[in-house]
Write a protein that binds this ligand. Sequence first.
Ligand code: SAM
Length: 657
Amino acid sequence: MADSQQSAEILSRVCVFDFFLKSSLYGLYKPEHEGLDKLTATADFHARFATAERVAGNKGFEPSDPADLIAELDETEIETVLALRGALTASSHPAEALSMVYERLFVQDARRDLGQFSTPNYISEILAKWAVNEADDTILDPGVGAGMLSSAAVREKIQRGAEKPLHDIRANDIDELAVSMAALSLKLVDGPGSPVLERGNFLEFGAQDWSETSNVENQSIDAVVANPPYSRSQAMETAVKEQANQFVSSEAGVEFHGKSPMYVYFLAHAAQFVDDGGRLAFIIPSGFMETEFGVPFKQYLLDCFQIQAIVQLNEDDNTFRGVRTTTSLLFLEYEQAPEDHETTFINLPSWPDVDSFSELLEIDFTDDSVEDRYRVDLLQRLLSPEDNWQHYFSSTETSEIDGLGDFTDIATIKRGIATGNNDIFCLDRDDLADHDIPDRFLQPIIKSAQDIPGYEITREDWEGWRDTGKDAWLLYAYEDGEKLTERTPLEEFLSYAEETFDTDRELFDRRNPWYCVDKRDPAPILAKYMSRTGSQFIYNENGLRTLNNFHNIDPDFEENEDWVKALLAYLNSNIVRKEISKVSRSYSGLEKIELGALKSAPVIDPRKLDSQVVEQLANLFDSLEREERTDGDVETTRMAIDDAVREILDIAIGSET
Ligand SMILES: C[S@@+](CC[C@H](N)C(=O)[O-])C[C@H]1O[C@@H](n2cnc3c(N)ncnc32)[C@H](O)[C@@H]1O
């Protein structure tokens, strides 16, 4: 077909479809409003639709450009269209039916520019069910299309007891047909009232405009459900792209990358409408996780949202008919994430038998009957925008990266000492004054992980604990490396302990004699066993012994301080903290780092690094210690460590794909 013929064909299709939508919508409003006259083949449609728009307050009636072409149809043709009006009333998912008609009428190329692909039902449901929290929530659906997501939100609101759910829907689309499709499908889902619909570029709407043009009193939005246009930066006109970038960057206070696709701007702009704590449920392409433009976007997500989950749909059958894009569902709450908040990453090669987000979280992902199905929960504060987030959708460990081995290849790792009763074995200066304990049976210890002010334990730190009356010594009944079996030198204290405390304990019974705790030499690196903020590795430069609230790490090269510090810098990078977080258990916000997980953690061997790299890492560790101790900018130093580690492991993200 010649171009001109083709566009005439498209125009007539738009005109007839538009007429079908508006006359169907009119039919649904007629019983509600006495002032609406019957629609016959000879009626003045313009006038009728204008009246309907006014009395119903529904922009689905707004005139469209090719509407005048209807005059070209004869009466019989118009009657045929009018007779088809009832066709959708029997459909349980009118938005889906309309999307399919739309996709048939307008071939893919015509839809691609506006990124027009409708969300499948199962996705709409899961997003809407999660986003709608209360029956009276106000919901925004930017780029509404045929109304798949809004319809699911309305159904969920009805489920929760809403009486006039349409009133709470705010939706917009740049395409005139889409606005009318959404108007019709929403009206078919639930009867009374009208949704607030707007036609135009969503990025040019402010919450303020919305209320002015549509007399909406309540401007605040409780939740956003969206499947925004996927238009890539290359497909957008330069002026449109620049304007979107400038406008949204400035309102969000973030410098988004100039090559960001439309969905980045849609999400950040939608957030401007949302109340604190509101929910945003989006389906967007996964590209942002591994591209340059994604870096500021990921930073924005991390700073402004509690990211509940990112669910990647790695389906063989593409999620959207005819679209080859891997997409992800984002479940976001618009508030800063607390320190202990965990983000869930889920990879789904096929959609499981669930229809809500909570059911999805209940799936046992350790059962590996479905290949490539994977879930991991990571502390959000450990996620870095510089990392390729695709790494979180599979169990691929960094250990598969060249140059990394198991921790046990370069170090001996042991749990600290379990005394069985710290009241007996951990002693403060008053205990020493009150009892007769020879110095040779006293070893300096670090008892509480919380007392460590930085990343190193200095002599002054220990003296401070000692002088403020903390338990700074451990009763360590060894002489010349051998257990003290002849108890005379400690008789006074041991008799006192046996009288005062219960020494008839299982752990004590297993020891011989009971007062000799396990033999442990001090280790230069300590790892906290429990942590609220992710793993932390500390330089034990003064050789303190520890209790079992620490893991003791003794590298094979402990005599070389630079190597030890370089390893410490690596271990404290976000990259490693995340790997450890992946395999750690979480107990109500506390991350428990098991010995097994630590032993198999992937590590570099500093002996194999260039001396310059070792020096760089060692210096970075020193600045980490300095910044932490002085309440300085720890994160900047950690990011510098991450950069250095990425360089060594060669795992930087690629440029835009
Ligand atoms: C991927 S489709 C999704 C449609 C619908 N939300 C759904 O879930 O089925 C994106 C929609 O955004 C609309 N759109 C594209 N650019 C837009 C813009 N700048 N402002 C508002 N809507 C836009 C398109 O017309 C299309 O209907």
